[in-house]
Design a protein around this ligand. Sequence first.
Ligand SMILES: NC(=O)C1=CN([C@@H]2O[C@H](COP(=O)(O)OP(=O)(O)OC[C@H]3O[C@@H](n4cnc5c(N)ncnc54)[C@H](OP(=O)(O)O)[C@@H]3O)[C@@H](O)[C@H]2O)C=CC1
Ligand SMILES: O=CC(=O)O
Length: 317
Amino acid sequence: MAMILSYVEPPEDVLAYMKEHCDVRLARPRKEKELFYNYLKEADGLYGAMLKIDDDLLDHAPHLKVVSNVSVGYDNFDMEAITNRGIMATHTPTVLIDAMADSMIGMMIATAKRMSELDRYVKEGHWKKPLTSDMFGMDVTGKTLGIIGMGRIGEEVARRASVGFRMNVLYHNRHRKPEAEKTTGAVYADRDELLETSDVVMVLTPLTESTRGMIGAEEFKQMKERAIFINGGRGPVVVEEDLVQALEKGQIQAAAVDVYDKEPVDSDHPLLKMDNVLTLPHSGTATVETRHAMYQDAAEQCVAGVLGQEPKHVIKR
Ligand SMILES: NC(=O)C1=CN([C@@H]2O[C@H](COP(=O)(O)OP(=O)(O)OC[C@H]3O[C@@H](n4cnc5c(N)ncnc54)[C@H](OP(=O)(O)O)[C@@H]3O)[C@@H](O)[C@H]2O)C=CC1
Ligand SMILES: O=CC(=O)O
């Protein structure tokens, strides 16, 4: 019987589904290192999220047919190492789109309206008189949203923003998307135009060699002084130090961050000390329904892969 090694704990029903088709072993690569590597020697499928899958790991996995990520992002995969060995890589691009788009809109509204700051203001007992203008936020309705990396998730953000909030939506990718322009109302812009004219700049690219560090000091300088910056893609797409400096210098108004260079983020990270920064714990898809759907989707693909069938979302290089 084919064996899947899971390094995450899937919901019970998902685990039961996998067990109907395969032998399933659970082991954590750090906490149960020896056990993990023992199972890896025999594994046909590897199931989980965030673990670096590279030559070092694959050298211990001679039978592996499929690596299944419980996420859409796959920057933890060394795709060359994986495909050179004839292993399939899969991910979960469809089931999380709405949850993630909702989170991006939520981050935009919460930051523009200074909601976490005001929440603390009330809870800490400072609300003794009507709010003064120094505590006011910014409207988003009718403003300009710039999306860098308008893919599956970005398109849903664009749709929500243009229909729901009557925002002018600009986007920048390496390639134009004429169909998506028609269905979402988003307008293509070059990077400079997007950075210079957007009231809210949102980053939703994957982490790749071409996006690493793509938003840094120069890009923050180009943004409006009242701009809100939101990173929902991956931490290293943004030069974190430059974001901190841009906020300290008042080059931008505020930020919302769901992803960091190092996760979990250190508790003394400067971003965590700033009132005008909403800091979330990589929780863009963290709803009961969506996380369950991601686990199930990745499980179905892992099972298909080890049984010699074609999984739904094989990552093409
Ligand atoms: N915070 C969270 O919890 C979550 C984060 N994510 C992150 O969001 C990312 C996006 O997901 P998804 O929308 O499904 O991905 P897609 O692949 O559908 O979209 C990514 C978009 O980025 C664009 N892009 C890629 N490279 C560049 C570049 N160098 N410059 C400009 N644009 C670029 C691509 O267009 P083109 O190729 O034309 O450039 C594409 O339109 C994931 O890879 C993941 O990192 C996803 C889910 C949850
Ligand atoms: O970060 C989450 C993902 O699905 O990618």
